[in-house]
Design a protein around this ligand. Structure first.
Ligand SMILES: *Cc1c(COP(=O)(O)O)cnc(C)c1O
Length: 396
């Protein structure tokens, strides 16, 4: 059987986890800090915060940016629902804007049209998604966001190692914090780096970083510099007490969550991260081959292409008879997948008035898209088999 994506766990990974399990900490230990440091280095940002999963990362971002009821936030309908849901967790309103049918990414022109159509202050933020691994041009989004006073959360779950070229010709890594206020990654088994469950938030903003650390663990701080209660209260002394806060003392200052990552997952993450470039290179090879075979095929209406900076979480093709192709591949034990059912047409979002016809490009894309197997351990032989079966179906 050939799935559309799968993790790559090596003996080195297993040894790293076993080693961590023998240590003093199962959670909240030094391995998490080390993973955060190495991940930040890999992405090229200042701060990284490891959390329980990508959805928790999104939720914490929305909290850190103070999303509240009445806020309006723009995102793409072609994404995993969590990109939108994080706004709803905080009571905000999700406003979908259509995709660009060529890149499959949130169309900045559609976003600008929305912003222009309302008085400034109507919208609070944008959640662009590096869908399939293709990097959003965040420089352009930042410019637009600044014009309207918006924050940006970049959903980079598909794009660790991806980048776009900015207007000065510089590579800008996905999630590097140069343009977005916050970015997130997921370490779910189908993503580039797998830790079972897991996620990471990246940023260059120290204030947001500190807020995230607090929100990740119940809103509790151990930083004496910002304690609000008096040292005498903290020490349990009735008389004024002007010495330092006692060693046990901590304060819950805001309502946070337990969205912590664990040390043995971090050990797996570090080990996986050491092979991230290798995995990315293999993904690019696979994409190149799909592209060679499919980009000029007369029955293929659209495809992910072979694009610089693309991290190829997915390689998508668009075909007329998508259902037929999906079923035919399954008969040969090839489990291609569909990414995504448009978010705005999920029953949950329909209750807010979203309906067919609202996002024509996304809806048309959904009718034809199929994601072909794409993961580093896909063998050449397996890929050839997939290509052969796709071609056999299309040429039937
Ligand atoms: C996987 C994914 C998420 C959620 O990550 P989890 O770790 O599964 O919670 C969010 N957004 C996108 C685009 C994803 O692919």
């Amino acid at each position: 059987m050939i799935p559309y994506g799968r993790q790559n766990i090596t003996e080195q990974d297993i040894a790293a986890v076993a080693q961590a399990l023998k240590g003093d900490f199962l959670t909240q230990g030094p391995t998490i800090l080390e993973f955060e440091k190495q991940f930040a280095q890999y992405i090229g940002c200042k701060f990284a915060v490891a959390v329980a999963n990508g959805t928790a990362a999104l939720h914490l971002n929305a909290l850190a940016l103070n999303v509240k009821p009445g806020d309006k936030v723009i995102t793409t309908p072609i994404t995993f629902a969590a990109s939108a849901n994080c706004i709803r967790y905080c009571g905000g309103e999700v406003v979908f804007a259509d995709i660009d049918p060529k890149t499959y990414l949130l169309d900045i022109n559609k976003v600008e049209a929305l912003l222009k159509a309302s008085p400034k202050g109507t919208y609070q933020g944008i959640v662009p998604v590096d869908f399939a691994g293709r990097a959003v041009d965040l420089e352009a989004f930042r410019k637009l966001a600044d014009e309207y006073g918006l924050w940006i959360i970049q959903d980079s779950c598909h794009s660790p190692g991806g980048y776009f070229i900015d207007s000065k010709g510089q590579k800008q890594n996905c999630g590097n914090g140069n343009f977005a206020d916050l970015a997130i990654f997921s370490f779910h088994p189908v993503k580039h780096i797998a830790t079972g469950e897991g996620g990471m938030i990246t940023t260059n903003d120290e204030k947001l970083y500190k807020k995230l650390l607090e929100l990740r663990t119940h809103g509790i701080t151990r930083d004496a510099a910002i304690f609000q209660n008096s040292p005498s209260f903290a020490a349990g002394q009735e008389v004024p007490y002007d010495s330092a806060y006692p060693g046990w003392y901590m304060e819950m200052q805001t309502l946070g969550y337990n969205y912590r990552f664990t040390d043995f997952q971090a050990a797996l993450g570090i080990s996986q991260l050491s092979r991230a470039d290798e995995g990315l290179q293999r993904r690019k090879q696979i994409a190149k081959k799909y592209n060679e075979r499919f980009s000029s095929h007369s029955k293929i209406e659209g495809h992910s292409g072979f694009v610089e900076g693309h991290a190829y979480h997915l390689y998508v093709i668009e075909v007329e008879d998508r259902l037929g192709l999906y079923n035919a591949l399954r008969e040969d034990q090839i489990f291609a997948q569909i990414h995504y059912i448009p978010c705005h047409l999920m029953p949950y979002y329909r209750q807010f008035g979203w309906k067919e016809g609202d996002m024509p490009n996304a809806e048309n894309y959904y009718k034809h898209c199929i994601s072909l197997p794409m993961f580093p351990t896909l063998t050449e032989q397996q890929q050839d088999f997939v290509i052969q079966k796709v071609e056999a179906f299309l040429n039937r």
